[in-house]
Design a protein around this ligand. Sequence first.
Ligand code: CDP
Ligand code: MG
Length: 678
Amino acid sequence: DKANTFLSIKMRMPDDGPPSKKFKYTLQHKNNGNHVSDKLQQERRNLPIYPARGKIINQIQRLDTAILIGETGSGKTTQIPQYLLEANVNKNAIIAVTQPRRVAAITISQRVAEEQGTELGQKVGYCVRFEDVTSENTKIKYMTDGMLLREAILDPLMKRYSIVILDEAHERTIHTDVLFGVVKQAQSRRKAKGIRPLKILVMSATMDVDHFSAYFNAAPVLYLEGRQYPVQVFYAPEPQSDYTFSSIVTLFQIHRVEPPNKDVLMFLTGQEEIESAVKTIRDITRSTEENMAPLVVCPLYAALPSHAQLKVFKPTPRGCRKVIVATNIAETSVTIQGIKFVIDSGVVKAKVFNPNSGLDLLKVVRVSKAQALQRTGRAGRESAGSCYRLYTEQEFEQFSDSTVPEIQRCNLSSVVLQLLALGISDIVNFDFMDKPSTESIIAAVHQLHNLGAVVKETSIKLTPVGRKMAAFPLEPRLGKTLLIAKEHNCLEEILTIVSLLSVDSVIVTPQSKREEALAARQKFVSSEGDHVMLLNIYKAYKAVKGNREWCMENFINQRNMRTATEVRKQLHDICVRMDFPVKSCGNDSTTIRKCLAYGFFMNAAELQKDGSEYTSLSSRKTVSIHPSSVLFRCKPAYVIYNELVKTTKCYMRDLCVVDPDWLSEAAPAYFKKKKPGT
Ligand code: CDP
Ligand code: MG
């Protein structure tokens, strides 16, 4: 029956048998007497990368810059830093390993600390925004690309590092792309000044590396032999209108005919879609009369709490089948064992720049051929597998070859602010691997200008306001909101709101207890919008000292609440360091809303005349209130929002009711052309 639905096409062929065991090395462990399990060491030696260990060390000893390519799961991220440390290629200095995702930085450093037999934060540590788990002893430091970029503002030569590993380079996040230029510059400046050389290692899971090599002055490319087994690729016979539905149908087709313990990895796009698919799958399993093996259904997305993420890595019980419903996080960042089948929706949620408004929009878009290939590869890690593509072969041919780098499709205002803070003012001529368009740079400068962060003289310069904004690890509009709050004596409240906006949602709405959750939320709800509600929640949480039962009863995510408290403390420290008085406005929520309006005037919308939808003041496009907002049924005349999400409609999230006069006060020049209320 599978042949009826799918056409069979052979993909790339395999495998030269098991990796050669020719090279044997003894791992040197200076683990301070800590026990390192034999099992872990055996696992390290079994990785595909292990036979190449000596060669890799030799090459990196010799080269200033190298590019390393290897399949996902071969051991690049966990092993290379350890090899370099064990051979002291780092000359006792720190090895930085950048990751696009904070989840990856945290989980991988945990694993590597275990393999080194040390406590996390000692020899091996990690550093992500608002969290630094390193010490003086740290030699391998996993960090987000954004963190290394922030560090470079204070230390452009990156003096504390002898090796910088730019990992997952194929993802081409905006921060990785800027780091390429910053690290390259640090390397050549250190050489010119006779400071200890900086080695750069770029690691990627995809083969299209000529571009990387050319950019890094023809750096040599080291290829790791992978263990890729053949994967049969099946295409949909005709275009599918509902990929979630098709994914679930395909899952049950597989589940009916295939023996258990052959797990399935399904690629969808985001948290809500994944949770709803997980629920549907569970409902079907529960209600079916058919005699099927039990299904273990695991969601996997970046915002999932880490204990739930770990469930994905647990071995599947005998006689069951595990199905992992994941975002593109499972493409290359994490490796899951036991996958035999991949179901590829062919779509991904990506940030897309909207040149009209100068803002980013989260939107579901087609994957590239390179991404589709990565997804397919996940089915052939341990033995031959199958991949079901929920699109036709003709559709696949239309996919772009590789993903457009984020820097060419996102709002650049954060990056431009950071580059200016790094002392790089000629942004158009910065050494980008792929240049963003001049228009998008101009749009970013405009936006910063509207926020009062830059002035345009002979060149573009940061203003004192801009310099202060750059001191906060926040996007420019949030940074500006803090500065305004200082003027209005309500930093106490705005710090709380900004912190809560910087973490994953503290509000939990389980599908199964929806009514109960909404009822519990009533006491925090505010007709002034989501921000005021968040503030109410935080105050109530503090009043009960973060009590666990209280969080459960009120459907508040305690972990995210703690993170927000930690974030708040750090932002508070920065305020103190900058001599900002942290004052409270008490219960004056009007002042709070005014500050938000002053910071987010570019994200304002007005209710349309017929009272059904909103019009964005900057782009004049139709936008709607997201159903999760407390304002969903209120429909105030004017709102500002923090984020736009495009699914069936273009939705505004995190909304606040504002007075249109505040908007024109905030930026008279900006609203001259598009005056609110006209
Ligand atoms: O970076 P690359 O994709 O080449 O591989 P890696 O992330 O270094 O992973 C190598 C192996 O370590 C994989 O087979 C994973 O199963 C394992 N690993 C793990 O068991 N737990 C982690 N937290 C990370 C990796
Ligand atoms: Mg990796």
